[in-house]
Design a binder for this molecule. Structure first.
Ligand code: PLP
Length: 388
């Protein structure tokens, strides 16, 4: 049975070309970038080339890029770094109720340490209201953190407009662009952000590496303390092969983005249309148009998301009920609850996220398999109150 992978928001397969680019840095070119002899300088050159590639893709300067161990660290660093460097100015941070755990977790951590966190609500599509952002700002606000696009429902937030508001108020602005890089254009000046997080494994790079963009002049404390690496902001010997892999993945993301996004959006719309036509009592979660080109998130009444997922797995189809990190927990998704879904609808959600290897045949296969699974589960469902 051919496996159909439809969970690219959780992670993507690493491109063979990316792996190939990484391999020499484990063996022949294994030097430490901090060593001044040629081995070291070869590795240093590779790290700096990757930095330039990341910077170029997002319209930044290379000295504004800090390599991290992934999206979680980049988000944690942005929030903690700004919070502790700007404590004298204020202790208030504005974020949303639909952020990834990487932002939510660090907000809770800072809250326990005396910072005040405002979590903005979203509308039924997952969009933040600009008036709410404006109203939440006080003279103690030091940072606004709003994700570029939501990892579960795919809604793309009005980041550019929020950036303008933050700038006018003299408040730093961070965005989590982990789900957008490679899918929609990400330019730090256009988005008016001071800090931006990315993660390589979401765009065909290796896991465990990412980057934080920090606009020049942003006050930020160091995240790791030790050596001089990353201008003393993130000490520790660089993960050279992973950074090289990130650089290579960024190169592909830049080359392929436009056409690939169009192809994925076509497949996405075909999948949404087909599901709505073939399954009763199903609805799309997230914004109908302002959404990631590869994201389909639906709620199916009278069935559990986990049951659908396991049955799809038996048919060789990989999907998700929420974000990867929470799919082991049987709690309704905080994002779907924030959109106003009742818990039973949130429990019946499924997310398909398309990627490079997917074809129209994959979409068609889901459209053949899922209606049967839903019918079977509904036939034995205690949740079914109004049989059709
Ligand atoms: N932010 C978002 C929006 C994500 O989707 C993820 C991963 O699922 C992360 C942050 C965390 O990134 P990483 O897995 O690289 O730590």
């Amino acid at each position: 049975m051919r496996r159909i992978y439809l969970d690219h928001a959780a992670t993507t397969p690493t491109y063979p070309e990316v792996v190939k680019a990484m391999l020499p840095y484990f063996t022949d070119a294994f030097g430490n970038p901090s060593s001044i002899y040629s081995y070291g300088q070869e590795a240093r050159g590779a790290v700096e080339e990757a930095r330039t590639r990341v910077a170029e893709l997002i319209g930044a300067r290379s000295e504004e890029i800090i390599f991290t161990s992934g999206g979680t660290e980049a988000d944690n660093y942005a929030l903690e770094g700004v919070a502790y460097a700007n404590e004298r100015k204020g202790n208030h941070i504005i974020t949303t109720s639909i952020e990834h755990h990487a932002v939510m977790g660090v907000c809770r951590f800072l809250e326990r340490r005396g910072f005040r966190i405002t979590r903005l609500p979203v509308d039924k599509y997952g969009l933040v209201d600009l008036q709410d952002v404006k109203r939440a700002i006080t003279d103690k606000t030091i940072l606004i953190s709003v994700m570029h696009a939501n990892n579960q429902v795919g809604t793309i937030e009005p980041v550019e407009e929020i950036g303008k508001i933050a700038r006018e108020a003299g408040v730093y602005f961070h965005t989590d662009a982990v789900q957008t890089l490679g899918h929609v254009p990400v330019n730090v000046d256009k988005l008016k952000v001071d800090l931006l997080a990315i993660s390589a494994h979401k765009f065909y790079g290796p896991k465990g590496v990412g980057a934080l963009y920090v606009r020049k002049g942003t006050r930020l404390v160091s995240f790791m303390h030790g050596g001089e690496q990353e201008k003393r902001r993130r000490a520790g010997t660089e993960n050279v092969p992973a950074i090289v892999g990130l650089g290579k993945a960024v190169e592909f993301a830049g080359q392929e983005m436009g056409k690939e996004a169009e192809r994925l959006a076509y497949l996405r719309d075909k999948l949404i249309k087909g599901l709505v036509e073939k399954i009763d009592h199903i609805r799309l979660n997230g914004h109908p148009t302002r959404r990631l080109p590869n994201n389909v998130n639906v709620s199916v009444d009278f069935v559990e998301g986990e049951s659908m997922l396991l049955n799809l797995d038996l048919e060789g189809i990989c999907a998700s009920t929420g974000s990867a990190c929470s799919s082991a927990i049987l709690e309704p998704s905080h994002v779907l609850l924030a959109l106003g879904l009742p818990p039973e609808q949130a429990h019946g959600s499924l997310r398909f996220t398309l990627g490079r290897e997917n074809t129209e045949a994959d979409v068609e296969r889901v459209l053949v398999v899922l209606p049967g699974i839903v019918a079977k589960l509904r036939a034995m469902s205690p949740l079914l109150k109004t049989p059709k």
